[in-house]
Design a protein around this ligand. Structure first.
Ligand code: SF4
Length: 238
């Protein structure tokens, strides 16, 4: 399937289309393209690959002049198991999202899995010896004290990774997302390739909880093979 879509399409903060209607269907992965030497990564272009479609990864050719493939999946158990079955040992970076990993927040985010399943999925991927990347979102207007306690527990339960790159993002409110009417937005516009949204306004109390959550991320990732990366906020306006 060619296009930027996600079969899940239900996360409350996201407006990525789930419809396949307008996309070009592929029967196989045909990568017979001449790539110049400076291309180092081939991204399997879907967010995220369905568990039932993981078998197609078996058809990927070994990299010749390429360094690695990059694939986005959901960090649910079905996706991790399907990837593990299809994995043929090619160099891969597998990318997914931690977002804000507490069971209450998973429900608010409508992510379709829970913290226990996320940890199982990360263990499966880590056992394959892959590099994993994940996003973490801060800037929520609905955090509770209990979320912070659960967040600490989450990091305690994580394995030590071969290599995990954690990307810290600010929450942005995208038009058409389910939470778009639940946040007061400022007039700063987040504008990145393929995507734009608004910067939410949150109360000082919520800002303090988000800041404490960030400290927990910093402390919890130490000694776990996790490198924390801060994503530059590309906002326009004042
Ligand atoms: S956040 Fe990710 S998994 Fe959720 S709908 Fe958007 S692209 Fe799909």
């Amino acid at each position: 399937m060619d296009g930027y879509h996600c079969y899940w399409g239900k996360c409350s903060y996201c407006n990525r289309p789930s419809s396949h209607r307008d996309l070009r269907r592929r029967k196989d992965i045909n990568l017979n393209v001449e790539l110049p030497d400076y291309h180092k990564i081939i991204r399997i272009g879907t967010d995220a690959l369905k568990p039932s479609e993981m078998r197609l990864l078996r058809k990927l050719p070994s990299p010749v002049r390429l360094e690695l493939y990059k694939l986005s999946i959901r960090f649910d158990k079905a996706s991790a198991e399907a990837f593990s079955e299809a994995y043929t040992g090619l160099p891969f970076v597998v990318s997914g999202s931690l977002e804000f990993p507490t069971d209450r927040m998973w429900k608010i985010m409508n992510k379709g899995y829970n913290t226990k399943e996320l940890i199982e999925s990360l263990n499966i991927l880590n056992d394959l010896g892959l590099t994993i990347t994940g996003g973490f979102i801060l800037g929520w207007n609905c955090l509770t004290e209990n979320d912070l306690t659960e967040l600490e527990r989450f990091f305690d339960k994580l394995p030590v990774f071969k290599k995990f790159l954690l990307f810290m993002f600010n929450l942005h409110i995208y038009p058409g997302s389910m939470i778009s009417d639940k946040y007061e937005v400022g007039h700063k516009i987040y504008n990145k390739a393929f995507y734009f949204g608004y910067t939410p306004k949150i109360s000082p109390e919520q800002e303090a909880l988000n800041n404490r959550a960030f400290k927990i991320v910093e402390a919890g990732t130490k000694g776990k093979g996790i490198i924390v990366n801060h994503i530059q906020d590309n906002t326009k306006g004042s």
